[in-house]
Design a protein around this ligand. Sequence first.
Ligand code: FB9
Length: 493
Amino acid sequence: MSDLSEKILGELTKTDSIDTLELSKTFGQDHQKIVGALKSIEAHGNLLVVEPQTHKYFELTAEGKLIAENGSHEALIYQAIPENGMLQVKVNKLPNSKIGFSKALAAGWIHLDKSTGQAIVKKKVQSIEDKVQTNLLLIADGEISKLNDKDKQEYKKRKLIQEVTIKSFLLKKGPEFSLVLPKLETDLTADMIASGNWKNLKFKEYNFEALGAPPDSGFLHPLLKVRAEFRQIFLEMGFTEMPTNNFVENSFWNFDALFQPQQHPARDAHDTFFISEPKISTDFPSEYLERVKTVHSIGGYGSIGYRYNWKIEEAQKNLLRTHTTAVSARMLYKLAQEKEFKPTKLFSIDRVFRNETLDATHLAEFHQVEGVIADYNLNLGNLIGIISEFFKKLNITQLEFKPAYNPYTEPSMEIFCFHPGLKKWIEIGNSGIFRPEMLLPMGLPEDVNVIAWGLSLERPTMIKYGFNNIRDLVGPRVDLEMVQKNPLCRLDK
Ligand code: FB9
């Protein structure tokens, strides 16, 4: 039992009743602490009879405290007047003159001398007694009973004192009074019921407000929560997830199959992580590879190609995939091998790797989110439409599309939205229609078009969860408590 509860019970052996305010003074404890100990005693049974009390008393306002400390406005004006007086215009500039001058005049402490033609304020008495200050000090000491009602009314009117109501409790011995708090049982056991002993025991009140013990469980990282939300959006839009469980890719599928020329800057070691072991891949569909080589080097399908000496050694180089579009290429080639073309909607959300300059929002890897649709006679309007539908599910509706360039799509568009939270236009992705030089060598029918768009997982997650630095979201510096405490992810809110 807390010793404060014991001390309260002990006080009731010395007197029949006591108020909690008195106990607060006796024990030098805050009144709220006394009330808390009282609630604890009441939880143990009827040891006390508790009667709520209301006390009204006066306390000094902030201005009242200033006067109690420094003297009343009128007293300060009186003390500021020198023996030979002070011009009234000067008195009016004194800090307390607004109230003090008229009250000092009314109290007969000062008077106005206009005999010289100028209004001069002079003392009328040799000394004064600052009754207001004296009375306010009495109130501060709880001796307001020494004041008359007229003064009290005046100080209330001048807002020097205010009435305060405080609730307290008058305590008396109850029917189950004891100096010791009975032990409260917290569990009702089978033995207690079988023996009937429960009838003689006191049980702790059940606290229905208590929060449940936090479950010992794992916690999902914000990125994975956002990934789940994006995955749900794709699934409800009828997309099928692509198998992206290969971080290591080869240059053929990552670049050549996408009609990205071998001399493209993105293909050098400054932008791409090449793998030293195993350094190369050699297993490619040979006929398809030949068609890719041709379309790069001399063109075909209506294209003049890039007209360079395409080298298989370049295509064989293994790397960490720079985009999940490499997987899209593999899936579209596979689709083209089917006996009959079927319209298909595919998506992927997985890690990609780029040898980029690191900064507060960019690491050498990120998660790419990609949607791909293959169907007959698709056009830019379809692409804009599906992108709009996708972002509408993220509650993003104010979209703008800006012409852009990708080696493997033509036309291409950057996607922008006006973000209401950030109050500015932000880039939210990229998109385009895959080029015929990419699709036709795969063997897809000529009237099949493939539209696609992509974005990252990190940018929306950082915005959603309010991160400014990517290293607070991913990497060794992440605060694991953030993972445990961050809220549910609702992208549509
Ligand atoms: O995610 C990006 N921005 C974004 C996305 C969503 C979002 O949601 C908020 C709640 C409102 C906020 C921001 N971006 C793409 C745009 C920029 O962040 C950009 O600076 C970074 N980009 C990454 C690549 O940068 C090297 C984001 C990543 C990206 C860019 C392009 C694609 C995928 C990811 C693509 C593609 C593509 C194009 C055509 C065909 C197939 C795929």
